[in-house]
Design a protein around this ligand. Sequence first.
Ligand code: RNT
Ligand code: ZN
Length: 413
Amino acid sequence: MSRYSEAKEIYAAYGVDTEKALDTLKNIPVSIHCWQGDDVTGFDSRESLSGGIQTTGNYPGKATTPEQLLADIDKAFSLMPGKKKLNLHASYAIFGDGEAVDRDKIEPKHFEQWVTFAKERGIGIDFNPTFFAHPMVKDNLTLSSPDETVRTYWVNHGKACLKIAEYFATETGVPCVMNIWIPDGYKDIPADRLSPRARFKKSLDEILSVPYDRSKVYVTLESKVFGIGLESYTVGSAEFCLSYSDKAGITPLMDNGHYHPTEVVSDKISSLLLFNEKIALHITRPVRWDSDHVVLFDDETKEIAKEIVRNNATDRVFIATDYFDASINRIAAWVTGIRSVQKALLFALLQPNEKLQKLQDESNFTQLMALSEDMKTAPLGDVWAEYLRREDVPADYISEVAKYEQEVLVNRK
Ligand code: RNT
Ligand code: ZN
């Protein structure tokens, strides 16, 4: 008997159908962030990264041109199982020779190459206006700036991005999630917490006044608690973003690096599901701060996956990844993170969720604990190996990456 058939029987004894789990898993889209490939640099301004986020490390072989990034994404995709979307930032606009268009004037045509790429691979595209790493970010402020020139510039960027998001949806036939995150905040105790938030609110209203097809574009709003150099105050706090999303009928986005260290996103998902048709996530791994380490198959990632799966919300949660590690091979980083998200989803799909819930309702906490612990050592690895086989991706992705590093990456200057 194969290891998979044996695992299937072991899970069946717990009342878990591995076939059903595998079928579900391969259809859950995960939106893969393009920015792991080049340390969040992009192609448009070549400014150093700002906005209180940081990549650390200097591993050789970073993609510096659209051609290189597209090739790297392709390599990474070939090693990732499951259904994919591509998550782009506005800073990844691809301009023709000598053409330079500022962010408030970008158009769908600057993303044509990305659309061709997505169409050829039969995937959708998600999008993010880029409110950082640009000379028009003044004193760490964009949409909340008291300087009307700055604020209007970024409002126009947001509006331009909405058009591009709609274009992605129309071209690919897959709805586009357009996520708004601004870095705006203050290093030290502000004298006025209200006015910046009032201006952010006004700016969002202005961006969303552009008519767009809500069946094609889902606008999401990502909150944050602090950034590097923005320790004391961020304009787009959790309360601001949840309240605004609710009021405007857009979708809240939670990044699990954006909360106080003992707060967990896994505990927040159910509440948001009760009040929102859709919710969105950035799955990342904060280590001591919002460090955006590569996602691992760790407890919180599993717990997040469990909340999505056992609340039957796989089609209500937009799952995206957000990490950037420049200290290891970037393609391996990409693949490891996406595989971890997928593995966590598989782990969640292989839980006897109904049985566990029943034990909770019966207040049988002894058995609940014991069964949950049992499930941790059930043969997940064998089902995972079967998943990779069916998805036609190699179990050993590191050898593939090492080959690519030797053949391609080391030759880059
Ligand atoms: C920053 C946010 C944001 C960015 C990306 C690049 O803290 O998490 O999502 O990481 O947009
Ligand atoms: Zn994020």
